[in-house]
Ligand binder design. Structure first.
Ligand code: NAP
Length: 276
């Protein structure tokens, strides 16, 4: 299974934190997999491992090969020795013996060369099938490509939604040129001030109306419209999950993009990478 085969996955930052929601959250993960959303994104950071444990519990009844598991290592654990320890802990919580994709959560103090060597070692030991990065801007990617084995990176997970389009200027073209999958995080603008602006916008509402869709579905269709891109919305609601899956049927046309562009213009210059 390749991640580039998918346009939508499931984010899991926060699920697992509230015991009262545990059962529902577990069912939503199972529903996602049954409905074909096979890419599940987590991190050792999320709920200090509780997200990974919840996923491990939810996926028990599925065949491992039918799920594409993504986790992330803290920057301070991305050293040659520390990464293996972190990875084994993630595997234990997830109840599996390999990750499909392991990401460096963001850049920290450990030299990239060491992190790349650690990823490659985990790959050769069979603990991970592939590795990538997160919150890397175009200059970080250039630097990564300049070091030994750096170009073995297969994905970069960054913030991307209708109200945060900075990466269209240089990062998206860079990733496409180098065949690196873009994982769009917070595609529904979990930052509420951004979100309010988007969902109340008349242009976005009219695009939604034309497609007989919700503005959230339009936000997802916007995020995964580029080739080799996957959006990873989070939801703990069965209804929202079904709605999000239906967004896969939406293809935005030139007229839609014109309306979106006039409300939320694409960047005309370099913009720092967003994180919320
Ligand atoms: P998001 O997916 O943009 O938004 C999640 C919010 O949207 C939740 O409150 C959810 O509430 C709501 N929602 C989902 N579907 C909806 C629908 N159809 N209609 C209305 N509301 C809907 O937020 P996110 O969690 O920030 O980002 C997604 C994932 O990206 C994370 O979970 C995580 O896996 C990853 N991420 C990575 C990084 C990084 O640094 N690499 C940073 C942030 C996030 P309900 O539960 O009620 O549906």
């Amino acid at each position: 299974m390749k991640m580039s085969d998918f346009r939508l996955g499931l984010g899991t930052w926060m699920p697992g934190d509230n015991p009262k929601l545990y059962k529902t959250e577990k069912e939503v993960i199972k529903q996602a997999i049954k409905s074909g959303l096979k890419v599940i994104d987590t991190a050792e950071m999320y709920g200090a491992g509780r997200s990974e444990s919840l996923i491990g519990d939810a996926i028990k009844s599925f065949k491992r090969k039918d799920i594409y598991l993504v986790s992330k290592v803290y920057p301070h654990n991305a050293g040659f020795k520390s990464m293996e320890r972190s990875c084994l802990n993630s595997l234990k919580r997830l109840g599996t013996d390999y990750l499909d994709l392991y990401l460096l959560h963001w850049r920290g103090g450990i030299p990239l060369e060491e992190t790349v060597a650690a990823f490659e070692r985990l790959k050769s030991k069979g603990y991970i099938r592939g590795w990538g990065v997160s919150n890397f801007d175009a200059d970080d990617m250039e630097e990564l490509w300049s070091i030994k084995d750096g170009s073995k990176c297969i994905a970069n997970q960054v913030l991307y939604h209708i109200g945060a389009r900075g990466i269209e200027y240089d990062l998206i073209p860079w990733l496409q040129k180098h065949n690196v999958t873009l994982m769009a995080y917070s595609p529904l603008a979990s930052n509420l001030s951004y979100r309010q602006e988007i969902i109340q916008n008349e242009n976005i509402k009219s695009v939604a109306q034309k497609h007989n869709a919700t503005v959230y579905q339009i936000m997802l269709a916007f995020a995964f419209r580029h080739p080799n891109t996957i959006a990873i919305p989070r939801t703990s609601s069965s209804e929202h999950l079904s709605e999000n899956i239906l967004s896969l049927n939406i293809q935005l046309d030139k007229q839609d993009m014109k309306l979106i562009d006039s409300a939320f213009p694409p960047p005309t210059q370099k913009t720092p990478l967003g994180i919320i």
